[in-house]
Every structure is written in C-alpha cells, then in structure tokens.
Design a protein around this ligand. Sequence first.
Ligand code: AHR
Length: 511
Amino acid sequence: MPQDQSTAIIDLDVPGPRISRHVYGHFAEHLGRCIYDGFYVGEDADVPHVRGIRTDVVEALRALQIPNLRWPGGCFADDYHWRDGIGPRDQRPRMVNSHWGDVVEDNSFGTHEFMDLCELLGADAYISGNVGSGSVAEMSEWIEYLTRADDSPMAALRRENGRDEPWKVPFFGIGNEAWGCGGNLRVEQFASLARQYSTYVRNHGENTTYRIAAGASDADLHWTEVLMRSFDALDDPADADKPGDPFQAISLHYYTMTGPWQDKGSATEFSEDEWYLALQRAAFMERLLTRHGQVMDRYDPHRRIGLVVDEWGTWWNVEPGTNPGFLYQQNTLRDALVASVHFDAFHRHADRVVMTNIAQTVNVLQAMLLTDPETGALVRTPSYHVFAMNTPHHDADSLAVHLQGVPTRTTDGAELPLVSASASVSGDRAHVSLTNLDAEAERTIVLDLRGREVTGHEGRVLTAPELATHNSPDAPDAVAPVALESVRPHERGLEVTLPAHSYATVSLTLA
Ligand code: AHR
C-alpha cells in the first residue's frame, strides 16, 4: 500500500446499533448572546422574527433537522425558577445571572417562549430542571404545567397564560453539573436527590419523559459508578427491554481546549501543534465513552440506562474585547474537525450514547450560528456545516469501519491517528464520514465496500486554505462544503483522495 494511502473496510450488510438523531442535539443557555440577541430578539426587533424569535436562526436550524434543544442551562438552570418566566412579560421578576456576566435577567424569555421556539424548530424540548437551588415541588409543578391536559392547578395556570393544549416534554434533566455550579454536591448526596427529584417528574397523560440525571465531568468514573449503583438491580433479563427507573439516563460533560482552564487557547491564533493537540483532545471522547461505558456495563449489562453527553465542544478564550462572562468565540475549520471526530466516536458508541448536545447553538462556545451585534448579520460556522453534512446519519444504523494503514502523530504523549471515520446505513443508502486530520498532507483512502452492491456515490468536502479559516459577515462562505470530485471507482469499491485538513462525506446508493 502506498505510504499516503489507507484502507477503510466496511461491511455494508452488517448493521450495528442505531444512531439516534438525538446525538445531533443542541443546547441554549441564558448565557451571553445565546438566548437574547441570538434566538430571541423580542417583538419590537427590526430583524425578521416570529413572536420575537429570529426567523433566519429558525430556518438555519431547521435545515440541520435539529432534533432537540436543551434549555435553560447549564449552570443557569440551577439558579432558574420557572415561575419567574411566565405571565405578562412586563410583570416578570428580574434576577441576577450570577454565573454569566453578572447581568440582570428580565425573564422575558421563559417557558412559553422556549416551547414556542421548539415548535418553530420542530425540535423536542429538553428541559433542564433546578436541583441546586430549587425544590422538588417546584420541579414537579413545572412538568405538570408543561404537560398536563385537564384542569389541574398547573394546567389551569398555563391556560391563564394563554396556552390551552399541553406540550410534549420528552426529555427532562435532573440538575446540571451537581459536582460544581449545580450545588457542589458529593455524588452520594446527589444520587439520592436524583432518585427523589426524578420520582416527582411525573408522566402526565400521554407525555412520557426521559429523565437524565446530572452526570460526570471528563474522566470522573467515580461519579458514574455511584450513580449506577444507586439503581435497584438493572441486570434482570426479564427487564432487559425496560427503561431504567426512576431516571433513565446519566449525563457526561467534556470540553475540548488546548490550554489550562485559565488560558484555554485562542480560537483563531494557534500553531500547528495546537491544531493536533485540539484534535487529540477531541479524540479523547472515544476513550471517555469507552471507560464510562465499561462502568455502566458492570451494573447495566442490558444497556437500559442511556449516556447523554449533554455538553461537549470547544471552549476557547473569549474573543478579545468581548465580555469574559459571555463565552463568545470564533469558530474555524479546526472546530469543524473537532466536531467530526466527536461524531465518529458517538456513532461507534451508539449502543450507549442516546443523545448529545453541542455547547452551544448560537453565539456561545462552539456555536453553529454567530450573529453580528452591530448589523444583525447571521453567519453559519464551519461546525454548522459538519452538522448539515451529517444529517443522513440521523436514525441510521451504524456500520463498523475497520481502518488500516493510518499514520499517527505523537501528540500530548499519545498517538493520534490522522484519519477518523464512521459510517451508517439506512435502507438503500449508506453514508461514510472521513476526516483527514493531517495539517499538511492529502490522503487517499480505499473504501473496501463489502456485502452489498454499490450503484452510485456522491461526495462532499469541507476544507479551507488555512487551518484557522473561519466565516464572517464579509466572507460567510470562506468555509463551506463543496462537491468532492476525487471519488473514483476501485477494484475493492471506491477510492477517495481527501485534501489536507478536511472533512468529507461519501453517500452511497445500494442495490
Ligand atoms: O456551556 C457553558 C457552561 O459549561 C455550562 O453552563 C455549564 O454546565 C458548563 O460548565
């Protein structure tokens, strides 16, 4: 095999676990310009909107087939009291958003506005409930308010506020980062609270809620272990198909950065070494999923409990001149490849990873969309395009990809493979994701396609002249996908040449 050539063997007729579309989930926190000035501009805004919600943001996210949206935090969730965000807007109490910029929150975007947003997006609601400073009764009443149809006290209050029909709330978070901003709790204490709070997040009428207990940070396996131990036995084969009880999933948070917490690295000014370091840190997600999954398997051999990575993505130093509490950062080709490497890991762990949420969707951290505070212009980031190129993976069956002949580079004391790949199949279509992490060299990959006849193919590629190329109002398509012309027939299937530092997809039509 030539040195610049690798092989990817894919058995197209051996489908694996299904990749839930919820792996492509999103996150919107009351943080900086994510909600206000991002999703929500208010009813008096000049920019086109529906009931204060930006039309272009909705259209861009609908194009991603956004499956779910997590709200209102994050750290903010454990300071949030939902009753402050209902009723006439001019009468809603104010509060201090002490985590994010110490700014005053006027609660003008609350429960009704969020559920309106979800309906406009066609996305499922993932409500993140307050354990840190809330109460069991408060959480119980919120789900009743949202989902109950009859004349119960909370359903009646919702009607008074203008909404007759209950909403569906398929996902509910029990706290957030309980080990930190969500209360600085010990896991033993939180495990008991998670059982208690989950009990009162009831299924009302036809609404069934999937409860997600706040999980570990990074490689904190102890947190996962204690939460898993808190379930009554999960290993009875007679219950193998039943969801867990009283909560159904635990979460995991992991952010990619190249420096220490105090100096995480610049989004746009980085060396080639930092390029590889970021991708090595992104590839660490694979290891985290394996290790947390092994702990979960010990208690839950039938995989009744889901793992929800409800915060992930790059976290860089804020853009110079912006509020340090607002977490506004640029988004380059490097961020796009961080995303594609994460998705490969999520696809490989589809049997355990039921949902993930990029942090965050608009104007915060690894955003899909950036809005210009002066002109209101909307920019799709390179990361947005990875999400767009991956929509065929939604609800498709994962396919194992066996890579051979992939070079590595020693980075951060470990070997980083310079090609990442994953694949899925749905009916007569298969979809292959290929990332060339090499900053400088192109790479040819033979797709050794077995088990089904391939009758057609189409490739797309996302790359840019520089590693730090990014989109802006002046150059909105500096990083945007184009047709990948370098897909050729090969005796074993197809041959693809990937440009240096690129992400590509190859869609196959199967007989
Ligand atoms: O996404 C930003 C913050 O990161 C979230 O509020 C918190 O949960 C995490 O620490």
